[in-house]
Design a protein around this ligand. Structure first.
Ligand SMILES: *[C@@H]1O[C@H](CO)[C@@H](O)[C@H](O)[C@H]1NC(C)=O
Length: 182
C-alpha cells in the first residue's frame, strides 16, 4: 500500500515536470510583437465548470494581445458565457526567471503559448487562486476558421492535458468576438 502511494506520488511529479518540459516554444523564442494583435478563439477545452454557455448559445471568442512595456502583456479576451458576451482585460507580467506571463491577483497563474506560426496559436491558461487550479487550452486563429492541422494539434494537446472530454469547437458566430475588434 505504501509503495503504491509512493509510486503514485512519483508518477504525479513526473507528469508535472513533464508538462513543464512540454512548453518548448515559450516566451524565450516567441516574438511577442508578432504574436500581438487580434485573434479569434476557435476552440476551447477547460475544466472550469460553468464557463461555457448552453450549446446553442456558444460563439467564437476573441483575444487582443499587446506588448505593453518590457515584460508586460495586455490581454483582452471576449467570450460568450452563460451570462452573455463578456470581455475582460488584464495586464500580465513576465516572471523574472521563468518564461511565463501571469497575474496571480486576477487568478491567472500562467499564460503559455505552446505553439504558434503567428497565423494560429495554441494557448494554455493556468487559472485559479491559491490552492485552486483550473486549466484551459485555447486555439487562436487570425481568421474565423482553422486549418485541419492546427485543430489536430489542439486535440492532441487536449489529450496530453487530459482535457479531451472538455474540448469544444465553437460555432462560427462572430457577434461576440467582434465586440473587441481593434
Ligand atoms: C469569416 O470571415 C470572412 C472574412 O474574413 C467573412 O466573409 C465571413 O462571413 C466570416 N464567416 C463567418 C461565419 O462569420
Amino acid at each position: 500500500m505504501k509503495l503504491e502511494m509512493a509510486l503514485a506520488t512519483a508518477l504525479a511529479l513526473a507528469v508535472v515536470s513533464w508538462t513543464e518540459e512540454f512548453f518548448p516554444k515559450e516566451a524565450h523564442t516567441l516574438n511577442w510583437g508578432k504574436f500581438s494583435g487580434f485573434w479569434y478563439i476557435i476552440a476551447i477545452a477547460t475544466d472550469t465548470r460553468g464557463f461555457l454557455p448552453a450549446r446553442d448559445k456558444r460563439k467564437l471568442g476573441a483575444s487582443v494581445v499587446k506588448v505593453h512595456k518590457t515584460g508586460q502583456l495586455k490581454v483582452v479576451i471576449a467570450f460568450s458565457r452563460p451570462q452573455g458576451c463578456q470581455s475582460m482585460e488584464t495586464t500580465l507580467k513576465k516572471d523574472r526567471k521563468k518564461p511565463v506571463f501571469r497575474n496571480t491577483l486576477k487568478g491567472i497563474k500562467g499564460f503559455h503559448v505552446l505553439s504558434t506560426d503567428y497565423t494560429y496559436g495554441l494557448v494554455y491558461l493556468r487559472l485559479g487562486h491559491a490552492g485552486s487550479n483550473y486549466k484551459s487550452l485555447l486555439l487562436f486563429n487570425r481568421q474565423n476558421i482553422s486549418s485541419f492541422l492546427s485543430l489536430r494539434e489542439f486535440l492532441d494537446t487536449c489529450h496530453i492535458l487530459r482535457l479531451t472530454k472538455q474540448a469544444t469547437i465553437l460555432p462560427k458566430d462572430d457577434s461576440c468576438a467582434h465586440t473587441i475588434l481593434p
